[in-house]
Write a protein that binds this ligand. Structure first.
Ligand code: FNR
Length: 350
């Protein structure tokens, strides 16, 4: 279990300082332009972005996606960012609870309820750890931190780049089926930066999954993170595949088309500004997910720096609503938008 914990801190160092968003890695959100409204006829105060998630009310349609846990340092990240999610009315996810499942003494670093008593909270486990833990073991992780739901993460690209990673990816849908029975609409299935496309999304929804985070290409690349830790063959594979994946905008637009309006979609992966968040909300996301920018701000300057970064994102999101003349996400989705270039090609192919 120490190995899991040590790997976690190595990952945090790389994400804090390393070049984990390689060139060529793009969300394709640059292909989406929202259209200016010169006469908004509304006040900034009129913007109402509140929404429901996991049976709770959010003030903003934002999720701080699962990142960490298992070490002292990781515990501080979870508490600082969960506190901000509570204060500003966002949803929050802890990172993979694998460390906690291997060693109960690591549970404290995942506990955020003291600072975030009412936040919509997601637990987190990898698909293949969930197979080992079974439904009961998985439920214990979720209940053990007082979470409202479970994020089940998919990361085949990362595993293949990790020297010690999984090599056999059979049996995933079977696990999803069991977890749907246990968690119902409290289950969210997410990627980790390579994107969920429409075919996988359709199969998940057929099994009863009601929440999907497409977690597309364009931001933190876990293939890249593993490349930076790897040597020899694994390092070369990591370099070659570090911009592999379905760009976030392409994944979101095509999954929304494939699954219809009722599935709850989170779009994460490379969202860096409030305007990025506004674009995914316009394209049909229920929630915009952010990880790396808030993590980096927290590492650089603690909760104050993370809050400053978050406040810019929230102000920019509100501004995008006003400048498109939208009071709500529903109105924003009805506004015209321009979609150019490569995003159109992806949308046509998927
Ligand atoms: C992550 N991510 C992640 N996802 C997950 O399901 N379980 C995890 O344990 C982690 N760990 C993790 C650590 C750190 C430091 C980062 C930055 C990210 C992935 C994350 O939830 C998200 O899907 C992607 O990172 C894309 O968003 P960003 O980082 O580009 O905003």
């Amino acid at each position: 279990d120490d190995i899991t914990a040590r790997r976690k801190d190595a990952h945090l160092d790389l994400c804090a300082m390393g070049d984990v968003e390689p060139t060529g890695n793009s969300t394709l959100l640059e292909c989406v332009k929202l259209v200016h409204c010169a006469m908004p006829e509304m006040s900034v105060e009129d913007v109402d972005l509140s929404t429901a998630f996991l049976g709770k009310r959010l003030r903003y349609p934002l999720l701080v996606t699962g990142m960490t846990g298992g070490t002292e340092r990781a515990g501080a990240v979870n508490r600082d960012l969960a506190l901000l999610a509570e204060r500003h009315g966002l949803a929050f996810g802890v990172g993979s609870q694998r460390a906690m499942s291997e060693d109960a003494s690591r549970a404290a670093s995942f506990q955020v309820r003291q600072v975030a008593p009412t936040v919509a909270l997601l637990g987190n486990i990898g698909m293949f750890q969930a197979i080992g833990l079974g439904v009961e073991g998985t439920r214990r992780l979720v209940d053990g931190i007082g979470a409202d739901g479970l994020a089940l993460h998919l990361n085949a690209g990362q595993e293949l780049t990790q020297p010690e990673g999984d090599r056999d990816f059979q049996g995933g849908y079977r696990v999803v089926e069991l977890l749907v029975k246990a968690f119902g609409d409290r289950l969210l299935v997410k990627e980790t930066g390579c994107g969920i496309g429409p075919d996988v999304a359709r199969r998940l929804v057929d099994l009863g999954v009601r929440n999907i985070d497409v977690s597309g290409l364009g931001g933190t690349s876990w293939v890249r993170v593993e490349q930076l830790r790897a040597s020899r063959v694994q390092a070369q594979l990591g370099a070659e595949f570090s911009a592999w994946g379905i760009p976030t905008a392409a994944a979101l637009a095509s999954v929304r088309r494939a699954v219809g309006p009722d599935v709850h979609l989170v779009a994460s992966g490379g969202l860096r500004t409030g305007l990025d968040a506004a674009k995914v909300l316009a394209l049909g996301a229920n929630l915009a997910g952010v990880a790396l920018p808030l993590f980096r701000a927290q590492q650089a300057g603690g909760v104050e720096a993370a809050e400053a970064a978050l406040e810019v994102i929230l102000a920019s999101l509100r501004q995008a609503l006003v400048l498109t003349g939208s009071r709500s996400c529903a109105e924003l989705r009805q506004r015209p938008r321009v979609v150019t270039g490569e995003l159109k090609d992806w949308f046509a192919a998927l």
